[in-house]
Write a protein that binds this ligand. Structure first.
Ligand SMILES: [Fe+2]
Ligand SMILES: [Fe+2]
Length: 192
């Protein structure tokens, strides 16, 4: 088992006790969540990348909440862990490996593996994570909002003139903080 497996399970087990949490973890282990990349080629496009990214987002979100609210934050450790560790659950069983031809260092053509998207449940991104989590355990309103809108302005479903995202960020600050934690993890922690 990789270090990231152990770390993810520790972050999960030490913080998430809600009814259904065990079944959700069992389901996660039945998917490729523990081996999936975080993206096809942008950040952590390697085995275990999604797990590493989820841990990075958890660390970042804890810091952001502490910086914003000090010693008495309005969110529990469980809420913070649920939002951060599970925000990209939509990427479980989402990528697959294919082969393509490429030249190696000495100019010979060889087959090399690469990640591509093969979405088994095309339900969107944040909304898909909310949908999957909801099948196992009940999310609080602000948790659902945070996970739904964690992509911020990078969400595929965002249309010009729509106010839903800014409405969510205004009413539910955790949604903005999770989006910021996702950006920090992706662009500060995971650049190579
Ligand atoms: Fe995401
Ligand atoms: Fe993410």
């Amino acid at each position: 088992m990789s270090d990231f497996n152990i770390t993810f399970d520790a972050h999960y087990g030490e913080n998430i006790f809600r009814a259904g949490a065990d079944d959700l973890l069992k389901w996660l282990k039945s998917t490729d969540f523990y081996t999936a990349p975080a993206s096809t080629k942008y950040h952590l496009a390697r085995e275990g990348g999604l797990l590493e990214h989820s841990i990075n987002v958890h660390n970042r979100l804890k810091s952001l909440v502490a910086n914003e609210y000090g010693a008495v934050p309005p969110y529990t450790d469980e809420t913070i862990a649920i939002c951060a560790l599970l925000h990209d659950l939509c990427k479980a069983d989402f990528y697959k490996i294919e082969m393509r031809n490429a030249k190696n260092e000495v100019g010979q053509w060889v087959k090399v593996p690469y990640y591509t998207v093969d979405d088994q449940l095309p339900y969107g991104h944040g909304e898909k994570s909310v949908y999957i989590i909801g099948a196992f355990m009940r999310l609080e309103r602000e948790e659902a909002m945070a996970i739904r809108w964690h992509m911020g302005g990078f969400d595929d479903s965002l249309k010009g003139g729509g106010y839903a995202m800014s409405g969510a960020f205004t009413k539910y600050p955790l949604a903005l903080l999770l989006h910021m934690a996702d950006l920090q993890a992706t662009y500060l922690d995971e650049k190579e």
